[in-house]
Design a protein around this ligand. Structure first.
Ligand code: PMV
Ligand code: MG
Length: 359
């Protein structure tokens, strides 16, 4: 009899705190959405394989350093799958498990076969789903905390520069307040700390807390039709940080104050404060974009936000921006069908996506 395991993990959307969250100690608010990556693992007697309907034709990109070609693997899902397999097997071996071969199949709601990329965190979801499926396959009994840590290391080994907020949302589901951990500390610790110990020790600055969505707010999501590469935007922001430290530090301070107030708003079920701070966070990101000359809010995202605001919904870009999605928090005063038709008239597609509490 061959052994078959299935596990899934959701995609995510940033609500607030983008870019600042890359720095340990800054907060962000993120939601998990009801679009999943599903990983199936089937024991194999001979060779192993990885297959996927959506990831058949993936492209590779590179830049040059002198005459050398440097490949950029950060937008290629196969590298996240391989990294997740490598680290989970390393952990399984350290707990004395016997290795076997298997076929891995990946089915992603987050990447469509017609090549549309919505920017809903498929690299994080595929990493979490692969670690989760393999941990079931090898019966590793990982807690959510250990799953987050293992998946974060697997993701970091490929992308290298993110906050891992997308991994947190994918592991825990629902609305979360996330503070990123100190990645320099982790890099140093990984040099000589056994994986088993790393997964049980507390990681400096890391914090993940559940938030309750007020009943009178509804999350609406619009897709602008153009994809954007988060890792390239985060690289550019790191250059800005290097060149204009004081402006960057001011941005961090403003973002932290705004998102902390927003988190308080969630804790007090105060939707007026939440809306106010969403609008405030949009402004803070606009200022950052102006100072860094990085186009976070594209014309399409500006239209999405302005149309939402004229329908009493606080709105902003979501994630790195430069395309992908924007979010709006609608109230009872918002006429959803009018807003959606305004969006559609501006080539913005409302996505039929909800927040998911369960993985
Ligand atoms: O564009 P997204 O949804 O992948 O979000 C990126 C958020 C950043 O803060 C800009 C980067 C990060 O790793 O947190
Ligand atoms: Mg994005």
């Amino acid at each position: 009899m061959s052994y078959l395991i299935t596990a899934k993990a959701p995609g995510k959307l940033y609500i607030a705190g983008e870019y600042a969250i890359v720095e340990p100690g800054s907060p962000a608010i993120i939601v998990a959405i009801d679009q999943f990556v599903t990983v199936t693992i089937k024991e194999s007697k001979e060779t192993g394989s990885i297959s996927s309907e959506q990831y058949q034709e993936n492209s590779l990109s590179w830049h040059r350093r002198g005459n050398k070609i440097i490949f950029d693997n950060r937008d290629n899902p196969f590298h996240y799958i391989l990294s997740a397999i490598r680290l989970t097997e390393l952990y399984a071996q350290s707990t004395g498990k016997q290795m076997v071969n298997y076929h891995v199949n990946i089915d992603s709601d987050l990447d469509s076969t017609d090549g549309k990329k919505y920017g809903l965190g498929s690299s994080a979801a595929v990493t979490v789903a692969t670690v989760r499926a393999l941990s079931l396959f090898y019966n590793l009994k990982l807690t959510d905390d250990a799953l987050f840590k293992l998946a974060s290391m697997a993701h970091l080994d490929v992308q290298g520069n993110g906050s891992l907020g997308d991994i947190a949302a994918s592991v825990y589901g629902g609305w979360i307040a996330y503070h990123s951990f100190d990645r320099d500390w982790l890099r140093i610790m990984r040099q000589d700390t056994p994986l088993v110990d790393l997964l049980t020790m507390s990681w400096p600055m890391l914090s993940i807390e559940r938030l309750e969505q007020p009943h009178d707010l509804e999350l609406l999501i619009g897709w602008t039709g153009s994809p954007a590469s988060t890792s390239i935007f985060v690289d550019k922001m790191a250059l800005f940080k290097g060149k204009q430290k004081s402006k960057y530090l001011k941005f961090l301070k403003d973002s932290k104050k705004c998102v902390t107030a927003m988190i308080k708003g969630f804790e007090l079920n105060d939707s007026v404060t939440i809306q106010k701070e969403v609008t405030h966070n949009r402004l803070i990101l606009q200022r950052l974009a102006y100072a860094s000359q990085i186009i976070i809010e594209t014309d399409a995202l500006t239209a999405l936000c302005d149309l939402s605001e004229s329908q009493y919904a606080a709105a902003k870009t979501s994630g790195a921006g430069g395309g992908d999605c924007g979010i709006a928090l609608a109230t009872s005063k918002t006429n959803r069908s009018e807003l959606f038709s305004d969006w559609l008239n501006n080539d913005i597609q409302p996505l039929d996506i909800k927040v998911t509490l369960l993985n």
